[in-house]
Design a protein around this ligand. Structure first.
Ligand code: NDP
Ligand code: DXP
Ligand code: MN
Length: 398
């Protein structure tokens, strides 16, 4: 049995991953569970899966968990945060589900990459930040990279083995691909009057029309920053140029993305909006396994429709596509400013429309810099966060 680490075990992707494990008990041994603060959920997972190692990045939560595991006479070893990276790089782990939300997932995802592990990549922000450095490290270490994000998984499934085997470095042109069509739902405000956007509440924005997901990605879907981050993610995973990548709004979220070939063929992957489907695809590897998701019923579905994205409605999408062609300093800045702005919106400190304004302001303060190391990226990330916080605290954006 392969030894699995689930990073972000208490989150939405963590739930789906562990659900796939329940449906396939002989496939993976859950060796390590990692999250931040959720002691109760982590305890329940430890009781069920009995991992050898467990960790919570929050010190107080980690102490509480340790005590509760003792009370339950469970043998799971609670690792201090400082030992997480070396565990991920050790022979105790074969496969890593990278599903921590945001830049907080960068170091652990990269630790798995450097150690040449099998990586199930949900944490798109780490690739958005580190791009070429990430992809080069995958090549150097021989890590096996599987896209979990539903669109990228759909694109991967719609490609020939020759392209799949060269993820990160594939030659789309030689592989006969003319365009990757990255689909997005458009979120809950696809048809909302633009003059009502300033009064959008966190409760309304978090309600995705099709998917059930964590809070940050749900807000990103509402602004379509999620599609912007996914555009950058696709650029790195599939080595696209500007002409080979296009965003299309498909409000039903049944087609999860498409690959258009030179001969006019279009190949897509479809299914219900259930992350257990792409997760089962990557965890099954060469074999199709049970995901627990319902099969799609074509007779009960509405029509499939397609819409061109409007950048007035979705300024974050435009900012992300621009940043993609500016470089890693810009994508790291975009991601960091967005994380701060989304949290401020969830905390009701700024308006929905301020998310894009903050990201744009922080990007405008940026001067071009070549990035050659993760440490440099982390400095840029910190500067962008500080700028975004300052804009919010000083009420410059309101
Ligand atoms: N949800 C979805 O359907 C999809 C998600 N993704 C991507 O997957 C990632 C996870 O998303 P999602 O599951 O929705 O997010 P959630 O908010 O539901 O879960 C986030 C997880 O990350 C953990 N976490 C947060 N910060 C840290 C930290 N510093 N150290 C360790 N663990 C941490 C949380 O722990 P705790 O609960 O203890 O706070 C939780 O387990 C994101 O990058 C997202 O973009 C991609 C495609 C689809
Ligand atoms: C499930 C998944 O992969 C999400 O990224 C999803 O695609 C979000 O929906 P949007 O298409 O609305 O961004
Ligand atoms: Mn997605």
């Amino acid at each position: 049995m392969k030894k699995l680490a689930v990073l972000g075990a208490t989150g939405s992707i963590g739930d789906s991953t562990l659900s796939v494990c329940r449906h396939n008990p002989g496939l993976y041994n859950v060796e390590f569970l990692y999250a931040a603060t959720n002691v109760d959920k982590m305890l329940a997972l430890c009781i069920e899966f009995e991992p050898t190692y467990v960790a919570l990045s929050n010190d107080l939560a980690s102490l509480k968990l340790k005590q509760q595991l003792k009370d339950h006479k469970l043998n799971c070893q609670v690792l201090p945060e400082t030992e997480v990276l070396s565990l991920l790089g050790s022979a105790e782990i074969d496969s890593v589900m990278a599903a921590i939300v945001g830049a907080a997932g960068l170091k652990t995802t990269l630790a798995a990459v450097y150690a040449g592990k099998e990586i199930f990549l949900a944490n798109k922000e780490s690739l958005v930040m580190s791009g070429a450095l990430f992809i080069d490290a995958v090549k150097q270490s021989g890590a096996k990279l599987w896209p979990v994000d539903s669109e990228h998984n759909a694109i991967y499934q719609s490609m020939s083995p020759m392209l799949q085997e060269n993820i990160g470095h594939c030659d789309l042109d030689t592989g006969g691909v003319s365009k990757i069509l990255l689909t997005g739902s458009g979120g809950p405000f696809l048809n909302k009057a633009l003059n009502e956007f300033t009064s959008i509440t966190p409760d309304a924005a978090i309600k995705h029309p099709n998917w059930s997901m964590g809070p940050k990605i749900s807000i990103d879907s509402a602004t379509m920053m999620n599609k912007g981050l996914e555009y950058i993610e696709a650029r790195w995973l599939f080595n696209t140029n500007k002409d080979q990548l296009k965003v299309i709004i498909h409000p039903q979220s049944v087609i999860h993305s498409m690959v258009q070939y030179k001969d006019g063929s279009v190949i897509s992957q479809m299914g219900n909006a259930d992350m257990r489907i792409p997760i089962a695809h990557v965890m099954g590897g060469e074999k199709r396994i049970i995901s627990g998701a319902e099969g799609f019923d074509f007779f009960s579905s509405a029509n499939f429709t397609f819409v061109e994205p409007d950048y007035n409605r979705y300024p974050c999408l435009k900012l992300a596509i621009q940043a993609c062609y500016e470089g890693q300093h810009a994508t790291t800045t975009l991601n960091a400013a967005n994380e701060i702005a989304v949290q401020a919106f969830l905390d009701e400190r700024i308006k929905f429309t301020n998310i894009s304004t903050i990201v744009e302001h922080v990007l405008n303060q940026l001067t071009h810099q070549a990035v050659s190391s993760i440490d440099e990226l982390l400095v840029i990330d910190k500067m962008a966060r500080d700028s975004a916080v300052e804009l919010i605290n000083r009420g410059i954006i309101c």
